[in-house]
Design a protein around this ligand. Structure first.
Ligand code: ATP
Ligand code: MG
Ligand code: MG
Ligand code: MG
Length: 563
């Protein structure tokens, strides 16, 4: 492709509100443009990179035996009502009406639709197992769309759904998807960890998240730099205390996964957990033994100071300055009064097997249940985080543990029969008995992966694409397009490199060399081939974007190298 004719609107400066590096670079390199908050167009270069990710996803899903299909984005509300999620999903679900006043949702995820298809088409154990997937646009009215493609309101997701006739079958389907995810993220050149996670609004009991390590990530994981251990600290709870704060927690004879620190006010609780402004007390519930339990979840809900006052009593609230209350974010969904001295804080949720207690949070589908620890999946760790603080030693290899920020790029769930039961998707087993189909679901944020790849691969000059994702593999740059010798040599190379199987963007523009070199660094393809002054001697320069190393080659040497 000749750059002269291609729409690559690079920018020197970016709008001030682009905080994340990937967002800034995608705007600057002309990969995307914003249409509205959380809604983006992919320009030609951005689309190419996105398509490369889709190809990797397709290849690995197909290799794992999953079958591609495509479902509608427009869902009749009846389906979501049947599963119960019309009410549960809340304002994140985009809703609309047709001309006759019939309600629809824009698909935020497709459990309902796929289950209704399987319900109609599969009736016997002989047709199971089956795993179906699609790569499709999803809609979520995120409260805070931000960081460009990292948190959009319209985004591209690969979602897969497995259907099995037995729990063992589900285990196999799950492991096969899990392994496909490891392959996908590895091929995308991402540094990632798989961690245990809570199941959020989807309602599964066995689930892992795949976290791309990056400072901009909204989740915190603890990991060991020397072995593979990693765990999510933050899905359903406040951050673990830093060293020092740890000693304030009184030792407890509770099961190892539950802290009972000596805390008598919200203020101490905040200090103990070092809650960041984004973390709030989302809900309070009764533990199995009747003790109130505070479940900390990320999110930001509207400040509800009145509820806070009613629940805790004015005395406690008065201990917080207005600023602190604001910082705390908001308090949502309390059930009944909370006697703080008795509160159990589930500070270990979502790390090691969640918790033994069944926590009845007051929001449907936020029920956290015990998760078996008897699993053996690669890239996953089951750290005992009971006493983990930054700087402590890994219980597996003795290396110092680190905290890191992660971007959730993928998520695998064992759903069980939640949707098959509510939507009536059953099969008849070998004995003719009717049973609900056992399901799993598996998501990858394809557009989020694109941004995550950039978050991990850039420098001050611009993007540094991994070869597998780069929009083009070679950037051929003609320093002086008006120079006939340079143009002729460039044309020969352009043809020869493409014949050798490389994708080439040829910068044939009449621009100052400085502008062209800067753009090449910004666009960040793996190799730049520069045709300049030495074209007469058939000598060109090759520069590796990642290492910055450059070499002079004769044309023959280059082409021999490329064969
Ligand atoms: P998050 O915790 O970031 O809100 P999620 O847990 O709500 O994500 P899932 O329902 O697990 O997301 O969806 C599957 C995948 O889709 C996620 O792992 C993530 O990679 C991607 N994804 C979810 N929400 C968004 C979004 N708003 N923009 C881009 N990708 C997203
Ligand atoms: Mg979400
Ligand atoms: Mg999540
Ligand atoms: Mg998720």
């Amino acid at each position: 492709m000749k750059q002269q004719r291609m729409l690559i609107p690079t920018l020197r400066d970016v709008p001030g509100d682009a905080e994340a590096a990937s967002h800034r670079l995608m705007l600057r390199a002309g990969l995307i443009r914003q249409l509205s908050s959380g809604i983006y167009s992919y320009l030609p270069l951005g689309l190419k990179a996105l398509q490369h990710i889709q190809t990797i996803v397709r290849e690995e899903m197909d290799a794992a035996g999953a079958q591609e299909m495509l479902m509608p984005a427009l869902h009749p509300s009846e389906l979501w009502k049947a599963s119960g999620r019309w009410d549960v999903y809340g304002p994140e679900l985009m809703r609309l009406e047709d001309r006759n006043g019939r309600e629809f949702a824009l698909g935020a995820t497709h459990e309902e639709v796929i289950t209704s298809i399987v319900k109609d088409e599969i009736h016997s154990y002989k047709k199971l197992p089956v795993t179906l997937y699609q790569i499709q646009t999803k809609y979520r009215d995120e409260r805070r769309p931000r960081f460009g493609l990292l948190r959009g309101r319209e985004f591209l997701m690969k979602d897969a759904y497995s259907f099995d006739s037995s729990a063992e079958g589900l285990d196999e389907s799950y492991t096969s998807m899990y392994n496909a995810y490891v392959n996908i993220f590895t091929r995308c050149g991402l540094q990632f960890r798989a961690v245990e996670a809570d199941s959020g609004a989807i309602g599964g009991t066995d689930t892992h998240e795949f976290m791309a390590l990056a400072e901009v990530g909204e989740d915190t994981i603890v990991h060991c730099p020397s072995c593979q251990y990693a765990a999510n600290l933050e899905k359903a709870l406040g951050r673990m205390p830093e060293q020092g704060a740890q000693s304030q927690a009184s030792a407890t004879s509770e099961p190892a996964k539950i802290h009972t620190p000596a805390i008598s006010s919200i203020k101490q609780l905040i200090q103990f957990l070092q809650i960041s402004p984004q973390q709030i007390i989302k809900s309070v519930a009764l533990d199995v033994d009747g003790t109130p339990v505070i479940v900390l979840l990320r999110g930001d809900y509207e400040l509800n100071e009145i509820k806070l006052k009613q629940t805790l009593g004015a005395a406690d609230v008065s201990m917080l300055s207005e600023n602190e209350i604001l910082k705390l974010g908001s308090i949502a969904g309390f059930i009944g009064p909370v006697g703080l001295p008795n509160v159990k804080i589930l500070a270990d949720i979502s790390t090691r097997g969640i918790i033994d207690a069944v926590v009845g949070a007051n929001e449907l589908d936020y029920h956290l249940t015990h998760v078996s620890l008897e699993r053996d999946l690669p890239h996953t760790t089951y750290l005992d985080l009971h006493n983990v603080a930054e700087g402590e030693l890994c219980s597996h290899c003795g290396h110092e543990l680190l905290f890191a920020k992660g971007i959730e790029v993928g998520h695998v769930f064992k759903l069980g029969t939640k949707y098959s039961k509510s939507l009536g998707a059953t099969f008849s087993d070998e004995h003719g008995n009717s049973e609900p189909i056992i399901m799993g679901c598996y998501g990858i944020g394809v557009s989020r992966v694109l941004a995550a790849v950039i978050e991990q691969n850039y420098d001050e000059q611009g993007i540094i694409w991994p070869e597998t994702i780069a929009p083009f593999s070679i950037h051929l740059l003609t320093v002086q397009p008006q120079n006939e010798i340079q143009m002729k040599l460039s044309q020969d190379l352009y043809t020869a490199l493409q014949q050798a199987g490389y994708s080439v963007l040829w910068d044939d523009r009449e621009e100052r060399p400085g502008v062209k070199f800067n753009d090449a660094d910004l666009l960040g393809f793996p190799v730049r081939v520069t045709v300049g002054k030495k074209a007469g001697d058939r000598i060109i320069e090759c520069k590796e974007r990642r290492s910055g190393l450059s070499y002079e080659f004769t044309v023959q040497q280059l082409l021999a190298h490329c064969q």
